[in-house]
Design a protein. Structure first.
Length: 186
């Protein structure tokens, strides 16, 4: 198979991943950017362009991962394999914290993946807060299938955000919890 991923295979992988990043669970419909078909074992390391080696990844995760297949666990300092979204269950390696906006690694692979792929970078956490405010279940559905992959329909109670009475959900230019105020000119 060539380096290019055939369209039918791309569509199959995207459907299996439920159109979400396998690492941060960002939904393509919310991200505003096309998801990447990621080689779990990168091509430069001999990873083939075949279904068992492919999964969906957001551009952020794919760029931070690069050619890595392992990273240091920040707790033990030992190099461990990165989380494999095709074969491993997300909830066994990660959990949501801080109202569903922060991903916490539970295992050496989870912790190494959080750090190496910057799952809580300063751009994605505020975006998750906005998603929570909008009532979107894009980032932290907790109802999982038997394989650990989230159902698109589930909305997690932890996403609920209580706003001061002076702010309304109908106001698209909200500011809260230290995020910069947004205005039509920014």
């Amino acid at each position: 198979m060539s380096d290019a991923v055939p369209r039918a295979l791309r569509e199959q992988v995207a459907a299996e991943a439920r159109h979400r990043c396998g690492y941060c669970l960002t939904d393509q419909g919310v991200s505003g950017a096309q998801m990447h078909i990621e080689h779990i074992v990168p091509r430069v390391r001999g990873g083939p362009t075949v279904r068992p080696n492919l999964w969906l990844s957001c551009a952020w995760r794919n760029s931070f991962k690069g050619t890595r297949v392992a990273a240091l666990d920040p707790v033990t300092g030992v190099e461990v394999p990165l989380f494999n979204p095709r074969d491993q269950v997300w909830s066994a390696h990660f959990q949501w914290d801080q109202g569903g906006t922060w991903i916490v690694g539970l295992t050496p692979a989870g912790r190494a993946t959080v750090e190496a792929l910057r799952l809580n970078n300063p751009y994605i956490v505020p975006a998750r807060r906005l998603g929570a405010l909008a009532g979107l279940a894009s980032a932290n559905d907790r109802v999982l299938t038997e394989t650990g992959r989230p159902h698109r329909r589930a909305i997690c109670a932890s996403m609920a955000v209580t706003l001061p009475s002076s702010q309304r959900l109908s106001d698209p230019w909200l500011s809260w919890e230290g995020l910069p105020a947004m205005s039509p000119s920014t």
